[in-house]
Write a protein that binds this ligand. Structure first.
Ligand code: FES
Ligand code: FES
Length: 918
């Protein structure tokens, strides 16, 4: 710092602050780095996300757009200071009570903006809340519980944090157990615990979709730039310069060598002091890129003679998927009614508010990575292979994760920080900028789908022929999973006597497409659920009754020949929509009869199913649970909670399995040194698989305690205060734990159980049992379309989901509402164009004003395999929203939208085409 640097004086959270330095520094950096107030989050540094919202003299401002020099003499309130005020405390309690914080990365900004609102308007209506919070983005919640929380804080109602009784944790609307940190700003995300002495990295990336490149003299470059320490390139990788979430397909280099395959691909990393990296201009790095011809589309990649993006993948096809049952071609030829269509979807960006971030440090012969991730054990193994050390020499300590939705399954910052820390012996940090995050990390696969469906005149489905190509980008990521999962699901949960589904994951020179809430199934649902409406219309049968008549039941074989036997609540989901749909249609009819200018209303439905867990692959979870000498119970819960709530629901399951109060469980969260492998947080598997492991482990510990007390299976266990009490037939036995021997983990009694869902491999025709259980659902969308402008507004969504058993109904609703919001984005506004729009002002996601009321209907058709009957809900919630909206647009206008998103220009064009028809 210069001696002459001015000192800026202000007050923060009731305390004086004096900061000397560049008056142009962002206030967000000053708060986080100089004052340690990391509750103020940074999602974009551009005024787009609102995560950095603080109060400046009582008014909400973006701290990332406020210069230090502007705050001289002002009073600032951050999330950490909110509890000093009654409204602040009430808001924090209300957010926690109703479940308005999921991952929690947007929560500080939301709370601060809400506080500003209540200070001037203590009784706001929904419009005022939407107006006040419109500048803060949330990608998880769907905003509905945020409305509820603000309204609750404004009311005189006091929060109810009544813990559930013994044996009643499952089914309780328990407040998120890790929620208090999220509402008071103390939760630590990827960028929040970086040591002050850490070196930082800047990644040098390709500016072209495809380029040859040459790196110059990096030693001379480092010498010429004070503060820089070293440059890392492919030459520094002792192990394997390739990673990937599916080991046989691992193909993405940490650093490209000689040629890059997509814009944003890394070629080098520059390490240096925080100041040097902040000032570093990547343009000064000695690398020369020569742009090469690139392939951007599926058609170009598949064209005869197209250049191969990977020499060992003929025709640029990464993998093919196939499910075939009966003779679909013959059945379609014989079908009395056939519909067909051609549908396309675009790239969709995950747009979590937290960009990828973390740091690594070398500890002796090991390296520890503290970063946001969805898959700690997969990260561990890949990083070890890259550095060339044993997996046990890598420790992954996941931070709180500010949204993932699938993209944080893949490595991002981890190999770079680990490699640099390993070689430099210093902590090394990397936080992606928003544009870097959007350019370089995975997206939802664009799809081109062609579908034919046949039925009898009475409305019975007879056959489907589905073929789809998915643009998987430059590297494999989850392309194989999408190509394999989609054919299993493309029929939807309907009885389909003859079926053929063929898919291909196709390489292009675009950003890799990976996992995004549904692994390709939402794209397929957009095509197929629209065609089911077309078929019903052609048959002159009500589209809901058509679906009900063809709905899969527990005794029907699926398209892979699997008979689920139980836990198939799809028909119940559809039937639950009958009443709301009748009402919605009456309202839409009444609206449309009255003159409403260019506005027309419509109602649409769509169904879904989704297999929980990996497709025909082992994917076990292991839970360890131990009775401590202090009488409390340690739960080693390695399922990373990315906002979906596994920290809470797994604990609820474990508490009931042991038969104790939730409060006596101490959670040991994901850490590859401390928790057994609970697999990745994806494929809607954690509640089902890790939950089942927790149930088994909890029951095993209960059995061990009862054995020790010589008590029967129905005895009551009371834990705590250095002893266990076991009560049976009014006789209480007390086990004093203080003097009991304990194992290496410090546990007097312990249990560890693994659950791996029973599946079977798929044969050459895709026949077999790919998933042990499926979740089911159906959505009803009410939409208003301006037929002159082409704009579509969603008025209401009613979402019925069969979740088997709602372990925590509040969290289930949160998943549904968040999924619906992402479905609205996918239907109406979101499309990522590589090379353009790598920011949150060009790439639009739903704001609080875009998400209508959402009514969740929970159907509980228990799965015999799920913990207490539960199934997954994370991905299920998004799948039917977009097709339901598109069907509603058709209902309103008669225009079928075959290319998503249904932006105003596309809707308007489709309407004009109708008018042009003779
Ligand atoms: S970080 Fe300031 S608005 Fe996004
Ligand atoms: S809870 Fe809002 S972004 Fe995650």
């Amino acid at each position: 710092m210069l001696d002459s640097a001015p000192t800026v004086k202000f007050r923060v959270n009731g305390k004086d602050a004096r900061i000397a330095g560049n008056p142009l520094r962002r206030l967000s950096k000053v708060l986080r780095e100089d004052l340690g107030l990391t509750g103020t989050k940074v999602g974009c540094d551009a005024g787009d996300c609102g995560a950095c919202t603080v109060l400046l003299d009582g008014a909400p401002v973006c701290a990332c757009l406020t210069a230090l020099g502007q705050v001289e003499g002002t009073t600032i309130t951050t999330i950490e200071g909110l509890a000093q005020d009654t409204f602040g405390r009430r808001l924090q309690d209300a957010f926690l009570e109703v479940g308005a914080a999921q991952c929690g990365i947007c929560t500080p900004g939301m709370l601060v903006a809400a506080k500003a609102l209540l200070d001037v308007n203590p009784t706001p209506d929904d419009a005022a809340i939407a107006d006040a919070l419109g500048g803060v983005l949330c990608r998880c919640t769907g905003y509905r519980k945020i409305f509820d929380a603000v309204a609750k804080a404004a009311s005189s109602a006091r929060p109810v944090f009544q813990p559930p009784g013994r044996g009643n944790a499952v089914g309780a609307r328990l407040a998120r157990l890790d929620g208090r940190e999220k509402v008071n700003g103390s939760d630590l995300f990827g960028a929040d615990s970086i040591p002050p002495d850490a070196l930082w990295l800047k990644i040098i990336r390709s500016p072209y979709h495809r380029a040859a490149f040459e790196i110059g003299n990096v030693d001379a470059f480092v010498v010429a730039h004070p503060g820089l320490v070293r440059v890392f390139t492919a030459a520094d990788i002792a192990g394997r310069n390739a990673y990937g979430v599916i080991p046989p397909f691992a193909d993405q280099p940490v650093f490209a060598q000689g040629e890059t395959r997509f814009r944003g691909e890394a070629v080098a990393a520059v390490a240096g002091s925080a100041e040097a990296i902040e000032c570093f201009d990547p343009e000064s790095f000695p690398v020369s890129f020569s742009e090469l011809p690139h392939i951007a589309t599926i058609d170009a990649a598949l064209r005869e003679g197209a250049a191969l993006i990977h020499s060992n993948r003929q025709g640029n096809i990464l993998v093919r998927g196939r499910v075939s049952k009966g003779d679909a071609e013959a059945a379609l030829a014989n079908a009395e009614v056939v519909v067909e269509g051609d549908f396309e979807t675009g790239f969709v960006e995950h747009a979590y508010v937290e960009p990828e971030a973390g740091f690594a440090r070398r500890v002796g012969d090991r390296v520890e990575i503290v970063a946001c991730t969805q898959s700690p054990y997969m990260d561990r193994d890949d990083v070890a292979a890259i550095i060339g050390i044993a997996p046990e020499a890598v420790r992954i300590i996941p931070t709180a994760v500010g949204g993932g939705f699938g993209s944080k399954l893949d490595l991002s910052v981890q190999p770079y920080i680990a490699l640099a820390a390993w070689h430099l012996g210093r902590p090394v940090a990397l936080v992606y900028s928003r544009s870097e995050s959007m350019a370089a990390t995975t997206k939802r696969h664009p799809a081109h789908m062609r579908v034919r469906i046949g039925a009898t005149r009475e409305g019975r489905l007879t056959a489907m022929d589905f073929s789809a190509d998915f643009n998987t980008g430059a590297y494999a990521s989850w392309g194989p999973t999408v190509a394999i999962r989609v054919p299993v699901h493309a029929s939807g949960p309907y009885v389909m006597p003859a079926y053929r589904a063929l898919t291909r994951a196709v390489h292009t020179n675009l950003v890799p497409a990976g996992a995004f809430r549904g692994f390709g199934v939402p794209q397929a649902a957009i095509a197929v659920e629209q065609l089911y409406d077309e078929l019903a219309r052609k048959l002159d049968i009500d589209s809901l009754e058509f679906r009900i008549a063809n709905a899969l039941t527990a005794s029907d074989p699926t398209v892979t020949g699997q008979v689920l036997g139980a836990g198939v609540g799809f028909k119940a989901c559809l039937e639950a929509l009958r009443g709301p749909r009748r009402e919605a249609r009456a309202q839409a009819r009444a609206f449309n009869i009255n003159a409403n200018g260019a506005l027309r209303r419509g109602v649409g439905i769509a169904g879904m199913w989704y297999g929980c867990g990996n497709t025909s692959l082992s994917n076990p979870s292991t839970i360890r649970i131990g009775l401590k000498r202090d009488g409390r119970i340690a739960l080693h819960q390695g399922a990373v909670d990315i906002g979906q709530g596994s920290n809470t629901v797994i604990t609820q399951i474990a508490a009931d399995a042991v038969g104790v109060l939730v409060d006596v469980l101490d959670r040991v969260s994901a850490d590859t040194d401390l928790t057994p492998d609970c697999g990745k947080t994806s494929a809607s598997r954690q509640t089902f698989i890790t939950g089942r492991a927790a149930e088994l482990a909890g029951k095993a510990l209960r059995a061990a305690i009862l054995r020790t007390a010589n008590a029967g299976p129905d005895a009551i266990i009371r834990a705590g205060d250095r002893r266990i009490e076991v009560e049976e037939d009014s006789v209480v036995r007390t086990i004093d734990l203080a003097g009991e021997p304990f194992d290496t983990n410090g546990y007097v009694l312990t249990a560890e159980e693994t659950f791996d869902p029973p599946t079977t491999p798929l044969d050459g025709n895709g026949q077999g049992n790919p998933y042990a259980i499926y979740g089911f659902g159906a959505h009803l969308a009410e939409v208003e379309v301006d037929v002159e402008l082409g704009t579509a507004k969603v008025l209401k969504i009613t979402a019925a989901h069969d979740v088997g058993r709602a372990i925590n109904p509040a969290l289930v609703e949160g998943q549904i509402e968040g999924g619906v919001a992402q479905g609205i984005g996918m239907a109406l506004m979101e499309e990522f164009i590589p090379g353009r729009g790598e920011n949150l002002h060009d790439y639009l996601i739903p704001t609080i004003g875009d998400v209508p009321p959402i009514v969740s209907i929970l159907i509980e058709d228990p799965s015999p395999l799920g913990p207490m009957g539960a199934k997954g809900i994370g991905e299920q919630a998004l799948i039917p929203t977009a097709p339901a909206i598109l069907n509603a647009i058709f209902d309103a206008t008669g225009a079928r939208i075959c290319r998503t998103p249904a932006t105003p220009d596309r809707v308007r064009s489709a309407i004009l085409l109708l008018r042009d028809r003779p």
